[in-house]
Write a protein that binds this ligand. Sequence first.
Ligand SMILES: C[S@@+](CC[C@H](N)C(=O)[O-])C[C@H]1O[C@@H](n2cnc3c(N)ncnc32)[C@H](O)[C@@H]1O
Length: 223
Amino acid sequence: MLPWKKLDTAREPGGRELSLWQRADEYAIRVDGQSLMGSTRSASEVALGVRGCAGVASARAPRVLVGGLGMGFTLRAALDTSPPDARVDVAELVPAVVAWNRGPLAHLAGRPLDDPRVTVLERDVGTVLREADGTYDAVLLDVDNGPAALTARSNRGLYDAAGIARVARALRPGGVLAVWSVSDDAAFTARLVRGGLRARTERVPKGASGRGRHTLWLAVRAR
Ligand SMILES: C[S@@+](CC[C@H](N)C(=O)[O-])C[C@H]1O[C@@H](n2cnc3c(N)ncnc32)[C@H](O)[C@@H]1O
């Protein structure tokens, strides 16, 4: 088997090291040596984009926020599901991840950053949400392993009661919050409902083989 080759490293603002790896046509991003994601299994990331943007497909000039660029699979699916007059902001904490998506990773999801509907914000998605007010028709979050499996403590504030209130404020009435997670978390569903969102979960295949599932939350702000 071919060995993995390290292509680049970068630091998150919190100090953790992000690294980009390649083995033949396969890519991986690691955080402090632990796998964050790989390029070979993207079905649930794609499902986040498709399911999260299903409601904007026929909307006029919808606004979408994607939190966490990763390898661009969710962004690509959001673009493919959104109409031509959509505007899609993508908030990515680590500028090197954006550079990787313009460079060695660009082809994986069909160069989504080249789409004129996309605005890249090299910022914490929590800050973007704090500044938004009834702005977005859809907010798609995949910045961590999920509400119950945080790898970055700094992301806890996206999933707690205050974070949910912030997202609810950032959404237009009828807007959708979609969240990716490695596993289900009943406490997060309860917090979404307490936060005034109509929430449900979907279990979606991890990859093309159909083996194993990840969890998506789809939570709607009342009209
Ligand atoms: C698992 S990856 C996202 C994968 C993505 N859904 C895809 O389709 O490739 C998580 C990404 O979120 C970024 N991230 C982590 N915390 C963030 C935050 N608070 N704000 C914005 N981006 C963040 C990471 O740098 C990483 O690029």
